[in-house]
Design a protein around this ligand. Structure first.
Ligand SMILES: NC(=O)C1=CN([C@@H]2O[C@H](COP(=O)(O)OP(=O)(O)OC[C@H]3O[C@@H](n4cnc5c(N)ncnc54)[C@H](O)[C@@H]3O)[C@@H](O)[C@H]2O)C=CC1
Ligand SMILES: O=C(O)C1=N[C@H](C(=O)O)C[C@H](O)C1
Length: 269
Protein backbone atom coordinates (compact mmCIF):
# COMPACT_ATOMS: atom_id res chain seq x y z
CA UNK A 1 0.00 0.00 0.00
CA UNK A 2 2.92 2.41 0.48
CA UNK A 3 3.08 3.05 -3.30
CA UNK A 4 -0.42 4.56 -3.36
CA UNK A 5 -0.85 8.32 -2.74
CA UNK A 6 -1.05 9.61 0.84
CA UNK A 7 -4.18 11.55 1.77
CA UNK A 8 -4.94 13.82 4.73
CA UNK A 9 -8.55 14.39 5.81
CA UNK A 10 -9.49 17.59 7.64
CA UNK A 11 -12.53 17.84 9.91
CA UNK A 12 -12.03 14.15 10.60
CA UNK A 13 -14.66 13.82 13.35
CA UNK A 14 -17.39 15.38 11.19
CA UNK A 15 -20.11 13.57 9.23
CA UNK A 16 -18.07 13.79 6.03
CA UNK A 17 -14.69 13.37 7.76
CA UNK A 18 -15.67 9.96 9.12
CA UNK A 19 -17.27 8.88 5.84
CA UNK A 20 -14.07 9.88 4.01
CA UNK A 21 -11.92 7.89 6.45
CA UNK A 22 -13.92 4.72 5.64
CA UNK A 23 -13.88 5.46 1.90
CA UNK A 24 -10.12 6.06 1.70
CA UNK A 25 -9.35 3.01 3.88
CA UNK A 26 -11.54 0.73 1.75
CA UNK A 27 -10.44 2.09 -1.63
CA UNK A 28 -7.07 0.39 -2.11
CA UNK A 29 -6.22 3.48 -4.23
CA UNK A 30 -4.93 5.79 -1.47
CA UNK A 31 -3.75 5.56 2.13
CA UNK A 32 -4.63 7.82 5.01
CA UNK A 33 -1.48 9.55 6.28
CA UNK A 34 -3.06 12.24 8.44
CA UNK A 35 -6.28 13.30 10.15
CA UNK A 36 -6.86 16.89 11.27
CA UNK A 37 -9.35 18.32 13.77
CA UNK A 38 -9.70 21.77 15.30
CA UNK A 39 -7.59 22.59 18.37
CA UNK A 40 -9.33 21.61 21.60
CA UNK A 41 -11.41 18.81 20.04
CA UNK A 42 -11.51 15.64 22.15
CA UNK A 43 -10.19 13.48 19.25
CA UNK A 44 -6.87 15.41 18.98
CA UNK A 45 -4.02 13.18 20.21
CA UNK A 46 -6.10 9.99 19.92
CA UNK A 47 -5.57 7.16 17.42
CA UNK A 48 -8.17 7.73 14.66
CA UNK A 49 -9.41 4.12 14.66
CA UNK A 50 -9.94 4.17 18.42
CA UNK A 51 -11.65 7.59 18.29
CA UNK A 52 -14.03 6.16 15.67
CA UNK A 53 -14.83 3.23 17.95
CA UNK A 54 -12.72 0.56 16.20
CA UNK A 55 -9.20 -0.86 16.12
CA UNK A 56 -6.06 1.31 16.20
CA UNK A 57 -4.86 2.55 12.77
CA UNK A 58 -1.57 4.22 13.70
CA UNK A 59 -2.90 7.59 12.48
CA UNK A 60 -3.01 10.05 15.37
CA UNK A 61 -5.51 12.90 15.04
CA UNK A 62 -3.66 16.22 15.00
CA UNK A 63 -4.50 19.92 15.24
CA UNK A 64 -1.34 20.81 13.27
CA UNK A 65 -2.42 20.85 9.60
CA UNK A 66 0.94 21.91 8.14
CA UNK A 67 2.78 19.01 9.74
CA UNK A 68 0.08 16.62 8.42
CA UNK A 69 -0.05 18.14 4.90
CA UNK A 70 3.75 17.85 4.53
CA UNK A 71 3.36 14.03 4.47
CA UNK A 72 0.55 13.98 1.88
CA UNK A 73 0.00 14.19 -1.86
CA UNK A 74 -3.63 15.28 -1.35
CA UNK A 75 -5.83 16.94 1.27
CA UNK A 76 -9.58 16.29 1.36
CA UNK A 77 -11.33 19.11 3.17
CA UNK A 78 -15.01 19.20 4.23
CA UNK A 79 -14.93 21.68 7.13
CA UNK A 80 -16.00 25.36 7.27
CA UNK A 81 -15.11 28.38 5.09
CA UNK A 82 -12.61 30.05 7.47
CA UNK A 83 -10.78 26.75 8.05
CA UNK A 84 -10.69 25.98 4.31
CA UNK A 85 -9.13 29.38 3.54
CA UNK A 86 -6.31 28.54 5.96
CA UNK A 87 -5.94 24.99 4.60
CA UNK A 88 -5.69 26.35 1.02
CA UNK A 89 -2.54 28.30 1.94
CA UNK A 90 -1.01 25.32 3.75
CA UNK A 91 -1.85 22.89 0.92
CA UNK A 92 -0.14 25.28 -1.50
CA UNK A 93 2.93 25.39 0.77
CA UNK A 94 3.00 21.55 0.83
CA UNK A 95 2.25 21.40 -2.97
CA UNK A 96 -0.60 19.02 -2.15
CA UNK A 97 -3.82 18.67 -4.17
CA UNK A 98 -6.59 20.42 -2.21
CA UNK A 99 -10.08 18.95 -2.66
CA UNK A 100 -12.63 21.37 -1.20
CA UNK A 101 -16.11 20.11 -0.35
CA UNK A 102 -16.82 22.88 2.15
CA UNK A 103 -19.83 25.09 1.33
CA UNK A 104 -21.19 28.39 2.66
CA UNK A 105 -18.46 30.69 1.30
CA UNK A 106 -19.07 34.42 0.84
CA UNK A 107 -18.06 35.67 -2.64
CA UNK A 108 -14.95 37.39 -1.22
CA UNK A 109 -13.87 34.13 0.46
CA UNK A 110 -14.10 32.33 -2.89
CA UNK A 111 -11.92 35.05 -4.41
CA UNK A 112 -9.43 34.63 -1.56
CA UNK A 113 -8.89 30.96 -2.47
CA UNK A 114 -7.39 31.84 -5.84
CA UNK A 115 -3.80 32.85 -4.86
CA UNK A 116 -3.14 29.41 -3.34
CA UNK A 117 -4.18 27.72 -6.58
CA UNK A 118 -1.13 29.24 -8.33
CA UNK A 119 0.96 26.69 -6.42
CA UNK A 120 -1.43 23.79 -5.95
CA UNK A 121 -4.24 21.97 -7.69
CA UNK A 122 -7.51 23.12 -6.11
CA UNK A 123 -10.71 21.21 -6.86
CA UNK A 124 -13.88 22.72 -5.37
CA UNK A 125 -17.52 21.71 -5.77
CA UNK A 126 -20.61 22.24 -3.64
CA UNK A 127 -21.50 18.66 -4.46
CA UNK A 128 -19.05 15.90 -5.38
CA UNK A 129 -21.63 13.33 -6.57
CA UNK A 130 -21.88 12.17 -10.18
CA UNK A 131 -25.68 12.58 -10.12
CA UNK A 132 -25.71 16.23 -9.10
CA UNK A 133 -22.95 17.22 -11.51
CA UNK A 134 -24.86 15.52 -14.33
CA UNK A 135 -28.01 17.33 -13.17
CA UNK A 136 -26.27 20.72 -13.55
CA UNK A 137 -25.81 19.91 -17.25
CA UNK A 138 -29.49 18.94 -17.62
CA UNK A 139 -30.61 22.11 -15.81
CA UNK A 140 -28.46 24.27 -18.07
CA UNK A 141 -29.88 22.59 -21.19
CA UNK A 142 -33.51 22.93 -20.03
CA UNK A 143 -33.04 26.57 -18.96
CA UNK A 144 -31.55 27.36 -22.35
CA UNK A 145 -34.53 25.82 -24.13
CA UNK A 146 -37.20 27.69 -22.14
CA UNK A 147 -38.22 31.37 -22.24
CA UNK A 148 -38.14 33.68 -19.22
CA UNK A 149 -41.90 33.12 -18.71
CA UNK A 150 -40.88 29.78 -17.18
CA UNK A 151 -40.14 30.56 -13.53
CA UNK A 152 -37.17 28.66 -12.07
CA UNK A 153 -37.22 27.63 -8.40
CA UNK A 154 -34.57 25.56 -6.59
CA UNK A 155 -35.83 23.74 -3.48
CA UNK A 156 -33.35 21.97 -1.21
CA UNK A 157 -33.76 19.83 1.92
CA UNK A 158 -31.04 18.84 4.42
CA UNK A 159 -30.53 17.50 7.96
CA UNK A 160 -31.06 19.70 10.99
CA UNK A 161 -27.31 20.20 11.68
CA UNK A 162 -26.58 21.98 8.39
CA UNK A 163 -25.37 25.55 9.02
CA UNK A 164 -25.49 27.20 5.56
CA UNK A 165 -28.37 28.04 3.22
CA UNK A 166 -29.04 27.84 0.38
CA UNK A 167 -26.93 24.68 0.05
CA UNK A 168 -23.81 24.67 -2.10
CA UNK A 169 -25.62 22.30 -4.45
CA UNK A 170 -28.62 24.64 -4.79
CA UNK A 171 -26.24 27.44 -5.75
CA UNK A 172 -24.52 25.19 -8.32
CA UNK A 173 -27.93 24.36 -9.82
CA UNK A 174 -29.00 28.01 -9.76
CA UNK A 175 -25.78 29.02 -11.50
CA UNK A 176 -26.33 26.34 -14.16
CA UNK A 177 -29.87 27.64 -14.74
CA UNK A 178 -28.60 31.22 -14.97
CA UNK A 179 -25.91 30.18 -17.47
CA UNK A 180 -28.53 28.37 -19.56
CA UNK A 181 -30.66 31.49 -19.53
CA UNK A 182 -27.70 33.72 -20.37
CA UNK A 183 -27.88 35.82 -17.17
CA UNK A 184 -25.73 36.20 -14.04
CA UNK A 185 -27.14 34.59 -10.89
CA UNK A 186 -26.07 37.65 -8.91
CA UNK A 187 -28.88 40.18 -9.28
CA UNK A 188 -31.34 37.52 -10.49
CA UNK A 189 -31.89 35.41 -7.38
CA UNK A 190 -34.69 35.50 -4.81
CA UNK A 191 -34.58 33.70 -1.46
CA UNK A 192 -36.00 33.92 2.05
CA UNK A 193 -39.44 35.20 0.98
CA UNK A 194 -41.63 36.31 3.87
CA UNK A 195 -44.50 38.77 4.34
CA UNK A 196 -45.78 41.04 1.55
CA UNK A 197 -43.05 40.26 -0.94
CA UNK A 198 -44.77 41.57 -4.04
CA UNK A 199 -45.14 39.43 -7.14
CA UNK A 200 -42.30 37.23 -8.27
CA UNK A 201 -39.75 39.14 -10.40
CA UNK A 202 -39.84 37.82 -13.98
CA UNK A 203 -36.67 35.95 -14.83
CA UNK A 204 -35.62 35.49 -11.20
CA UNK A 205 -34.21 32.20 -9.91
CA UNK A 206 -35.75 31.38 -6.53
CA UNK A 207 -34.23 29.41 -3.64
CA UNK A 208 -36.04 27.70 -0.72
CA UNK A 209 -34.47 25.65 2.08
CA UNK A 210 -35.96 22.92 4.27
CA UNK A 211 -34.07 21.64 7.37
CA UNK A 212 -35.10 18.51 9.27
CA UNK A 213 -34.02 15.24 10.84
CA UNK A 214 -31.35 13.23 9.03
CA UNK A 215 -32.07 14.21 5.39
CA UNK A 216 -28.77 13.65 3.53
CA UNK A 217 -29.55 16.07 0.69
CA UNK A 218 -32.44 16.54 -1.75
CA UNK A 219 -32.66 19.07 -4.58
CA UNK A 220 -35.52 19.93 -6.95
CA UNK A 221 -35.22 22.37 -9.83
CA UNK A 222 -38.74 23.42 -10.78
CA UNK A 223 -39.51 25.05 -14.13
CA UNK A 224 -43.06 26.43 -13.91
CA UNK A 225 -45.19 28.28 -16.46
CA UNK A 226 -48.91 28.77 -17.12
CA UNK A 227 -50.46 25.31 -17.49
CA UNK A 228 -47.40 23.09 -16.97
CA UNK A 229 -44.43 22.35 -14.71
CA UNK A 230 -41.20 20.42 -15.15
CA UNK A 231 -39.28 19.13 -12.11
CA UNK A 232 -35.70 17.81 -12.16
CA UNK A 233 -34.76 16.06 -8.89
CA UNK A 234 -31.71 14.56 -7.19
CA UNK A 235 -31.97 12.61 -3.94
CA UNK A 236 -28.87 11.63 -1.97
CA UNK A 237 -29.48 8.78 0.48
CA UNK A 238 -25.85 8.02 1.44
CA UNK A 239 -22.92 10.42 2.09
CA UNK A 240 -20.63 7.82 0.50
CA UNK A 241 -21.47 9.37 -2.90
CA UNK A 242 -19.76 12.62 -1.86
CA UNK A 243 -16.76 10.82 -0.34
CA UNK A 244 -16.24 8.66 -3.44
CA UNK A 245 -16.39 11.77 -5.63
CA UNK A 246 -13.88 13.57 -3.41
CA UNK A 247 -11.41 10.67 -3.53
CA UNK A 248 -11.79 10.47 -7.32
CA UNK A 249 -11.03 14.20 -7.49
CA UNK A 250 -7.93 13.84 -5.29
CA UNK A 251 -6.51 11.07 -7.51
CA UNK A 252 -7.38 12.98 -10.71
CA UNK A 253 -5.74 16.10 -9.32
CA UNK A 254 -2.35 14.40 -8.96
CA UNK A 255 -1.89 14.59 -12.75
CA UNK A 256 -3.01 18.22 -13.20
CA UNK A 257 -1.15 21.52 -13.29
CA UNK A 258 -1.73 24.05 -10.46
CA UNK A 259 -5.05 25.89 -10.88
CA UNK A 260 -8.72 25.86 -9.98
CA UNK A 261 -10.94 22.98 -11.10
CA UNK A 262 -14.39 21.57 -10.33
CA UNK A 263 -16.13 18.18 -10.52
CA UNK A 264 -17.23 18.83 -14.11
CA UNK A 265 -13.51 18.82 -14.98
CA UNK A 266 -12.87 15.69 -12.91
CA UNK A 267 -15.81 13.78 -14.39
CA UNK A 268 -15.18 15.07 -17.92
CA UNK A 269 -18.85 16.16 -18.29
N1 LIG B 1 -19.31 19.17 -1.62
C1 LIG B 1 -20.00 18.10 -1.17
O1 LIG B 1 -20.23 17.10 -1.90
C2 LIG B 1 -20.47 18.09 0.24
C3 LIG B 1 -20.21 19.17 1.03
N2 LIG B 1 -20.51 19.15 2.36
C4 LIG B 1 -20.06 20.30 3.13
O2 LIG B 1 -18.95 19.90 3.91
C5 LIG B 1 -18.90 20.67 5.11
C6 LIG B 1 -18.85 19.74 6.33
O3 LIG B 1 -20.05 19.01 6.40
P1 LIG B 1 -20.30 17.96 7.60
O4 LIG B 1 -19.23 16.93 7.60
O5 LIG B 1 -21.72 17.55 7.49
O6 LIG B 1 -20.13 18.93 8.86
P2 LIG B 1 -19.65 18.56 10.32
O7 LIG B 1 -20.01 19.74 11.17
O8 LIG B 1 -20.17 17.22 10.71
O9 LIG B 1 -18.06 18.46 10.20
C7 LIG B 1 -17.20 19.56 10.04
C8 LIG B 1 -15.93 19.23 10.81
O10 LIG B 1 -14.94 20.22 10.52
C9 LIG B 1 -14.25 20.47 11.72
N3 LIG B 1 -13.54 21.74 11.68
C10 LIG B 1 -14.07 22.99 11.69
N4 LIG B 1 -13.07 23.90 11.71
C11 LIG B 1 -11.90 23.21 11.70
C12 LIG B 1 -10.54 23.58 11.71
N5 LIG B 1 -10.15 24.87 11.74
N6 LIG B 1 -9.60 22.60 11.69
C13 LIG B 1 -9.95 21.31 11.63
N7 LIG B 1 -11.23 20.88 11.64
C14 LIG B 1 -12.20 21.83 11.66
C15 LIG B 1 -15.34 20.43 12.79
O11 LIG B 1 -14.81 20.27 14.10
C16 LIG B 1 -16.15 19.22 12.32
O12 LIG B 1 -15.64 18.01 12.85
C17 LIG B 1 -20.13 21.59 5.06
O13 LIG B 1 -19.74 22.83 4.52
C18 LIG B 1 -21.06 20.87 4.09
O14 LIG B 1 -21.99 21.70 3.47
C19 LIG B 1 -21.12 18.09 2.93
C20 LIG B 1 -21.44 16.99 2.20
C21 LIG B 1 -21.15 16.91 0.78
O1 LIG C 1 -24.16 19.83 4.47
C1 LIG C 1 -24.49 18.79 3.84
O2 LIG C 1 -24.86 17.76 4.42
C2 LIG C 1 -24.39 18.81 2.39
N1 LIG C 1 -23.84 19.86 1.83
C3 LIG C 1 -23.63 20.08 0.46
C4 LIG C 1 -24.41 21.28 0.01
O3 LIG C 1 -24.38 22.31 0.71
O4 LIG C 1 -25.05 21.23 -1.03
C5 LIG C 1 -23.82 18.84 -0.38
C6 LIG C 1 -24.88 17.90 0.10
O5 LIG C 1 -26.13 18.34 -0.33
C7 LIG C 1 -24.82 17.64 1.60
Amino acid sequence: MSDVPGVVITGISGRMGQMLAHTVAGSGKARLVGAVERAGHSWVGQDLGVAMGGAATGVIVTDDPLEAFAKAQAVIDFTAPAATLEFAKLAAQARAVHVIGTTGFEPEQIAALEPASRHSVQIRAGNMSLGVNLLTKLVQTVAQALDADWDIEVVEAHHNRKVDAPSGTALMLGKAAAEGRGIALEGHSESGRQGITGARAEGAIGFSSIRGGDIVGEHDVIFATAGERLVLRHIATDRAIFARGALKAALWGLDQKPGQYDMIDVLGL
